[in-house]
Design a protein around this ligand. Sequence first.
Ligand code: LLP
Length: 423
Amino acid sequence: MTLPGSPYVAYRGADLFIEDCALNALADRFGTPLYVYSQAAMLAALGSYQRALAGRDHLICYAMKANSNLAVLQTFAQAGCGFDIVSCGELKRVLAAGAPASRIVFSGVGKTRAEMREALEAGVLCFNVESEPELELLSQVAVAAGRTARVSLRVNPDVDAGTHPYISTGLKGNKFGVAHERAVATYQRAAALPGLEVVGIDCHIGSQITEATPYLDALDRLLDLVEAVEAQGIRLHHVDVGGGLGITYTDETPPEAGVLVAQLLERIDARGHGHRKVLFEPGRSLVGNAGVLLAEVLYLKPGDEKNFCIVDAAMNDLARPAMYEAWMGIVPCRTRATAALTWDVVGPVCESGDWLGRDRVLAVQPGDRVAVLSAGAYGMSMASNYNTRPRAAEVLVSGSQAWLIRDREDAAALFAGEHLLPG
Ligand code: LLP
């Protein structure tokens, strides 16, 4: 059976492997729920961008919100990556993983004064600014700190990425970015404000985009603006085309990263902008297919209308199905010869929205382990403690080696910072 997604997750006989590690053996060793990532899959995904950008002035800024485990960040930092951050929590994490601040861009629509100060002091490469008031505040903070903030304006290109409304970000009705019509005036304001140095332009139109066209349309809109801004005497060094390339969860056929990058570079060259530095902010496409979430089957509960397969991972471990009705593959870690039935795979959380997969054909018994596929992006990074459930452990695999890269959370630690009333 070929699985959708990564070639690094595949059956060998009856057993499901990630690289050279049997997933059942990892579940025995580390327990469940357990996130497991293939380092080779991550580096292969990054390599696809890197090869297409070879010989170009470029920076790939991994959007670390997709998976911010320190060992994942370290893997990318050592491979030469930069990072896209959206909070000072992320800044602290990525610096702790050994990334140089000079390769960090700071995105996000609601940066606080304190975050601006901290990022300035760290010396981030650039702030991706999303509004005029943010620009004014950044200028004040930079002047007070005696520093210069390098800025790029995130422009909302008003392009439909054709993705889920919750993860579509480049339409006029979204909260993100400076409106296209306001962009030149906002650049003029930025150039006039003290403490700021205009360095680039950026956009992000959405996530899980499976076609090249919205990217090319957004790029054209960006390049139109680059020309209009430079006509005002303001120099833009870099063009940041954002992230958003989708992955295969089931039958999606997104362009291969290298192919998309080549198309974008071709358009940049054709329009005479080949001398500019190009930035990318991929998240999902670097880590999504590299990870699985392992869960153990607790109970089988056949019913008149639905059969439920109750597992020990839940919506708090993996929010995507509950939040976006996202379809994620679910397969057994060891196949059985017995007849398969159709199950709703659900977790222990007290909500009907707590499901990982609906109407899945599976031959499983209590005690078996299942793997939720392509769970490397927006899985653990969106996990919560709802129902006072400790978050899962995480393991990174390289070949036949497996490292625990995050301890399983301890329930007592979840309320350690809370206080009983006196008396
Ligand atoms: N840059 C910015 C400014 C972003 O907001 C995002 C993602 C990225 C880059 C990376 O996009 P990617 O390459 O991962 O598509 N939780 C949702 C996805 C939310 C994406 C938010 N922004 C999900 O699970 O589908």
